[in-house]
Design a protein around this ligand. Structure first.
Ligand SMILES: [Zn+2]
Length: 490
């Protein structure tokens, strides 16, 4: 009885073969794909190839407007320095020239005139008191060199018109930084355009005016308690001008297999891997690809051609299951991972289904090299997916593939690939990873070096795990301490 019940599952798993893996990695990590930089025509070609496979497998499209492709914008913009300027009105006043006296911190703003009363905010921002209610619409001068994490969220919540940092950088450094902001730059696809305007003003350009107005910037810098002080009623006006320089976008591929249980099919197990890599050596290869002799193409066969084809192969195996698993399954191939986890950030902010209905992300990044009989599963200690994986691994000794714990905890890999964007939104994850090697991000990460036989066994293990999670009565659960640290605390 048991044997018969298991047979269809095993037959599906056995369609994941070394030959298929070798053939598919040969396609997407071929020199003609030029290292699948984000964005690039070759990355789009790979996305189309995967989309066609999902269509052939009978999956449901989970991308834009009934397609398998979800696109996110990667527009380049250029700050119009000649038309941008800033003015201090009050006291002796000041006219500030763009690049010479001030720069914008980033390019995440719209062209416009931004104005407000200047106030000096000093002391630890975490010690902020009720008087921050009055900071809405103001131009606030901060004494920190930059804003990150919780401080950034705090300051943005005050809804100031602008945030001003002062810089004591010497001429040589200031000139370099200002020049960088004069080139067309890509907007960070993970952030939303708008919010307070952020600028850096040279102390030499504005210091004397602040002093004349009674703003004591020097003592504010050493303040130990939070305080807010107007700067003699002065106003800061900024003409901020920015222009589109180039329209661009990049793809994710999303295929969905609908579950068979009328209730549980509204929950989803995600298999993810990034299909992009670092491109070719040269000016376009901003991902850090370097030529070796005549070879200038970073193929990314292991990183992450291996994970990409594992997801396609697992989709192929799932598509053969009859009956289908109880929960639905999403096969997700993202891009922009190498640039900063862009595609997964976009997907988790614009998921094909409600993110709270995603019960797990099983992420696969680099599974075709190194040890033959073990695979590291990062994140095992953070949810009961770790115990489930141990159980599934033990139930399949024929795979001869031992899932092991994170052996590089100091490297913080938990925070370094696409699964992290799921984890921070509360989705339990496991990250399958064979570790780096001498060919990591080199032109020598080529298809001929892939151990397809080993990778097939890993993909089968992850397939069995996914089936188990998709059919389980309960969805995976976080360990409470991990949840506090990873989800609540970020
Ligand atoms: Zn990489």
């Amino acid at each position: 009885m048991l044997l018969q019940a298991q047979a269809p599952l095993q037959r599906a798993a056995q369609t994941i073969t070394p030959e298929d893996i070798r053939r598919r990695i040969g396609i997407i990590a071929d020199d003609s794909m030029r290292g699948r930089d984000t964005p690039s025509p070759e990355l789009d070609k790979v996305a189309q190839y995967i989309a066609a496979e999902y269509k052939r497998l009978g999956l449901k499209p989970g991308g834009d407007r009934g397609t398998f492709i979800q696109r996110y914008a990667l527009d380049r913009v250029k700050i119009d320095g000649d038309s941008s300027a800033a003015f201090v009105h009050g006291g002796p006043g000041a006219t500030l020239k763009y690049a010479k006296d001030f720069i914008f911190v980033d390019n995440m703003f719209e062209s416009g005139d931004y104005a407000g009363e200047l106030v000096l905010v000093s002391g630890p921002l975490s010690g902020a008191t009720a008087d921050t209610a009055g900071l809405a619409g103001k131009m606030i001068i901060l004494t920190t060199p930059r804003l990150r994490g919780a401080d950034r969220d705090r300051v943005f919540a005050w809804r100031p018109a602008g945030v001003v940092f002062l810089s004591n950088a010497p001429d040589s450094i200031w000139t370099q930084v200002a020049a960088r902001f004069n080139r067309p730059q890509m907007r960070d696809p993970g952030r939303i355009v708008g919010g307070p305007l952020a600028l850096v003003i040279r102390s030499s350009a504005v210091g004397p005016v602040l002093t004349a107005l009674g703003g004591d910037y020097a003592s504010a810098q050493t303040a130990t308690t939070f305080s807010v002080k107007p700067v003699g009623g002065a106003q800061l006006h900024v003409h901020a001008r920015i222009q589109p320089a180039e329209k661009n976008s990049a793809p994710n591929v999303v295929g969905i297999l609908e579950g068979s249980d009328p209730t549980l099919k509204n929950e989803y197990v995600v298999f993810s891997a990034h299909m992009d890599h670092v491109g070719v050596a040269g000016p376009r290869g901003s991902g850090g690809c370097r030529a070796q002799g005549a070879d200038s193409i970073c193929n990314g066969a292991d990183d992450d051609g291996s994970g990409t084809v594992a997801v396609v192969e697992i989709a192929d195996a799932f598509a053969r299951l009859d009956p289908r698993p109880k929960r639905s399954v999403i096969f997700l191939n993202v891009s922009g991972e190498e640039k900063g986890l862009w595609g997964s950030e976009y997907f988790t902010n614009h998921p094909a289904v409600p993110i709270t209905n995603i019960v797990a992300d099983l992420n696969i990044d680099m599974v075709g090299r190194n040890w033959r009989d073990t695979i590291v599963a990062i994140g095992k200690e953070h949810s009961d997916l770790g115990a489930t994986l141990n159980r599934v691994g033990a139930a399949h000794p024929e795979l001869n593939m031992q899932p092991i714990d994170d052996i590089w905890p100091d490297e913080n890999f938990y925070f370094r690939s696409d699964h992290y964007n799921f984890a921070r939104k509360g989705v339990p994850i496991l990250f399958f990873f064979n570790g780096t090697h001498a060919d990591y991000h080199q032109v020598s990460d080529s298809p001929d070096k892939i151990d397809a036989e080993k990778e097939a066994r890993i993909a089968q293990l992850i397939f069995y795990l996914g089936v188990d999670v998709a059919n389980a009565a309960e969805r995976p659960k976080w360990n409470p301490d991990s949840y506090k640290r990873i989800v609540v605390g970020n």
